[in-house]
Design a protein around this ligand. Sequence first.
Ligand code: EPU
Length: 336
Amino acid sequence: MTIKNNIPLKPFNTFGIDVNASQFAAINSVEDLKDVLNTNPSDILILGGGSNILLTKDVDALVLQINLKGIRVLSELENRVQIEVAAGENWHEFVCWCLKENFGGLENLSLIPGNVGTAPIQNIGAYGVELKDSFVSCEALHIQTKELKVFTKEDCNFGYRNSIFKQELKGQYIITSVVFELSSQHHILKTNYGAIESKLENTGIKTPTIQDVSKAVISIRNSKLPDPKIIGNSGSFFKNPVVSASKFQILQSQFQLIPHYNVSEDSIKIPAAWLIDTAGFKGKTFGNFGVHTKQALVLVNYGGASGKDILTLSLQIQKAVKLIFDIDLETEVNIL
Ligand code: EPU
């Protein structure tokens, strides 16, 4: 393992922001990780797939690219299987491996950018499924003590795009592997998310397999979300806000068509995409950056934009949404 100086981070973040890291090391084993931490770096930044980060300036820290690899079946019992996956495995490639082995549970999470090790941090989710639904535990290295610790699902305190690793333990641990429990037969499909149902109906599939669900999800995602290899982006830039029932009533009296989902009796989730769209930002471009034409929740770098450009746009959006709807949009992406 070598520590390199002054390394461009453009290839390592899906927004394609061109900034440099003062120091950079690729981590291929847990031993590498311990060694590099033993050099007592003053500041570190962990890069998984670089798919949930906006870099607004050069990074004056040791950037660790987690390349830990390996997928291992731990146990197979009746129709359940437990699989341990190293943190550096690409998320979608892992989902494809599961589908090839006919292991079910992650098909709705097809094509999400990023790596396995960063997926629990924000409890990735899509089309009615979240990582926590198949998560058993993860192993993580404590940055200060260099000790490995196992976190159960309960320990992780998962919420909507949230976990203990984004809250109390932020910046304290590096996830090295994750254990999932999946079905090996009698798969339970989650196809009740509107777009999946209609996609399957359109293709004439009556008894879909997990592979069919994955194909439907991939097709829906491809129709709305830009491929980061072509247009720089980080998926949803903001979280969908949750408001109280009384607040929602006021909004609904002004905006009759406001889409919403009930989270509990007194909390209602509103799609941030609709708020941004209604505020007039969808498809807006400002030179080489802007708001995606097909999904207002996705900010895009058409090439050469700086992180500050995107940040300024995000602040403008937050200001407009606050002014029109009196709602504070929270970012989903980590801004650095
Ligand atoms: N909508 C608009 N304008 C748009 C896009 C959407 O008005 O430009 C409205 C529509 O009413 C639509 C609703 O917003 O029905 C919801 O849109 P969509 O189904 O595309 O989902 P989303 O709430 O915008 C969330 C996740 C996505 C995930 C999809 C599908 C968050 C922040 N985002 O998006 O996750 O793929 O649902 O489950 O929860 C990500 O986290 O990076 C991500 C892409």
